[in-house]
Ligand binder design. Structure first.
Ligand code: B12
Length: 505
């Protein structure tokens, strides 16, 4: 079996004569389709007569066997064995999850059984043939096709297995085909940042709303959740199998934004990337420096979430002493913890006081990190003023942007929080700032940024000053709409962009 196909095997066998009771091994799930003949299928606790059209899915390590009955020809069974954690995305690959194998098994069961009618059989046969064909090929680029085939096969089967327990489904053949094609594109192109519902829909000549409906209907999830799962699945395998740091993993998973990566990753695995690597990356030996750093980073994140600022400070210092890259301490330790808190805050699992103590712990960690992020002796590359806009008191992001800008040699005038548009413009005018940087975290305060742009025009300084905007609710579209000059998603790119803007004036 070629390397990329590890985890999936398909074969067809005829069972007559001595019953070959077997254990489906290697942690594999087995999908059996009786393609012809008839006989008996011994499954745990039962002996079931079987005939063409019967399909059975068996959880790993389930003892079972087919045999002929009387003088009849025994059943011929196409069997697909696959390692769910390697092949299926997200919860479908997790044995302990109720949606394991897309919910094929009823609660607690290890065997799912159904007799398919001719029509359904006609629908799944091409998928089974496709799987057999793909796994027979000696090529390395077909894993995504196999994943798509298997996912769609199980999604379809989940609607027929143990039928009595399920509501009948009305997903049409057309929708299934569309979903299979879309899943294939997702599996092939997930590392492209431009892959969206719209781009996939355009490629398949359907409208985005049609594709979105199809996903919702077909697998009970929307398109972006499916895409996110595939990306997170890939991030997991990179963390498991390589020593790449999160900043390097991000673009390989089609993502740009570190914070949303942490949020998605935590939502997907219940762990931070460092914790995940610590748990699953077998290459990391106990003594290795890399692991020590990972452990410290995950402790920074954990303690930040608990608001233990003093410990966070000590841990940040320990990570520096271990030789960790300061930007890694920031992103994989401090920001990772803050992003978990953010997610919990959103879900009402923690409240303002917890967020405040976490923010305090974050700032304490930053004070230790700052001298290491800010390179010394760099000549002032320009002058900027920065502040969080009026009505908004969030300053963590603004402070990081400020710090990064100082690190790039820019002189930064910090206007603090709750800053009116007039103060931004007056400061730029009076102190000769080349760039005004506005931060906002509340959707209700974003409009102050538009006021800054308008006021800079009214005051006649618009051609002498560039306006940068940022913060979680801001995006490029908003930046363009209000006529600002630059938006970036994070602090590091904000600092680079500010230097470029200063040079351009
Ligand atoms: C910490 C926090 C607080 C703390 C703030 C402490 C502090 N000193 O800043 C406290 C508890 C005070 C707080 C209060 C409130 N909060 Co609050 N808070 C958060 C939380 C959890 C984290 C924000 C944060 O610091 N993120 C980490 C930093 C590093 O990220 P960032 O700010 O986005 O910055 C990065 C980039 O955006 C970029 N960037 C930032 N600024 C700039 C500027 C420029 C020019 C550029 C180029 C780039 C850039 O670079 C940064 C680093 O990479 C978010 C949830 C979240 N997930 O974002 C909610 C959140 C922002 N808060 C929210 C709300 C609703 C509130 C309250 C109204 C709650 C309440 N019921 O009272 C109040 C509002 C107070 C006020 N008037 O401002 C909502 C906002 C919803 C919305 N869409 O408007 C959020 C999203 C939570 C949620 N999902 O409900 N909050």
């Amino acid at each position: 079996m070629c390397e990329m196909l590890k985890g999936v095997r398909a074969e067809t066998a005829t069972f007559d004569g001595v019953p070959p009771i077997q254990l489906n091994t290697e942690g594999c799930v087995e999908v059996d389709l009786v393609v012809s003949g008839r006989g008996i299928h011994r499954i745990p606790g039962q002996i079931v007569p079987c005939k063409a059209g019967d399909v059975c899915v068996l959880a790993p390590q389930t003892l079972h066997g087919y045999e002929a009955e009387g003088n009849e020809d025994g059943p011929t069974v196409t069997r697909i064995l696959f390692a769910p954690d390697l092949v299926l995305s997200g919860e479908a690959g997790l044995a302990e999850h109720p949606r394991f194998c897309y919910g094929v098994f009823c609660e607690g069961a290890t065997v799912a059984y159904a007799t398919l009618n001719r029509k359904t059989l006609g629908e799944i046969e091409p998928l089974i043939r496709g799987l057999v064909r793909e796994t027979e090929k000696d090529r390395t680029d077909c894993c995504d096709a196999v994943r798509s085939y298997l996912s769609v096969l199980l999604i379809i089967l989940s609607r027929y297995m143990n039928e009595a327990l399920r509501a009948p489904s009305e997903i049409s053949r057309k929708e299934r085909v569309l979903m299979a094609a879309a899943l294939q594109i997702v599996n092939e192109d997930f590392s492209s940042v431009t892959l969206t519902l719209d781009s996939v829909a355009a490629e398949l000549f359907v409208s985005p709303s049609q594709l979105s409906r199809c996903f919702q209907h077909g697998c009970g999830k929307n398109f972006s959740d499916c895409l996110r799962e595939v990306r997170m699945e890939h991030a997991c395998s990179l963390l498991k199998e390589t020593d790449l740091i999160v900043d390097q993993i991000l673009p390989q998973c089609g993502l740009r934004d570190l914070q949303s990566f942490y949020r998605s990753f935590h939502g997907f695995t219940g762990m931070t990337p460092s914790q995940y690597r610590k748990k699953y990356n077998k290459n990391i030996t106990k003594e290795s420096k890399g692991e020590k750093i990972m452990i410290i980073l995950s402790e920074i994140s954990e303690n930040l979430q608990k608001g233990k600022g003093k410990i966070v400070k000590e841990m940040v210092q320990a990570a520096i002493d271990e030789g960790a890259d300061p930007s890694q301490i920031l992103s994989e330790g401090l920001l990772a913890g803050m992003s978990v808190i953010g997610e919990k805050f959103k879900n009402n699992e923690v409240y303002v006081p917890e967020v405040l103590v976490a923010a305090r712990a974050m700032n304490m960690g930053i004070t230790i990190l700052k001298p290491h992020l800010v390179s010394s002796g760099v000549q002032a590359a320009g002058k900027v003023c920065i502040g969080t806009v009026q009505g908004d008191l969030h300053d963590i992001g603004k402070n990081i942007v400020k710090m990064m800008m100082e690190g790039k040699g820019l002189e930064v005038v910090d206007l603090g929080v709750d800053v009116p548009a007039e103060t931004f413009v007056q400061t730029a005018k009076e102190q000769g700032c080349q760039v005004i940087c506005c931060s906002a975290l509340l959707t209700t305060t974003m409009d102050v940024m538009a006021e800054v742009v308008k006021l800079a025009e009214a005051e006649g300084i618009r051609d002498k000053v560039k306006i940068m905007v940022g913060g979680a609710p801001i995006n490029q579209e908003f930046c363009d709409a209000i006529g600002a000059d630059c938006y970036t998603v994070d602090a590091a790119s904000a600092a680079d962009a500010a230097v470029e803007l200063c040079k351009s004036l």
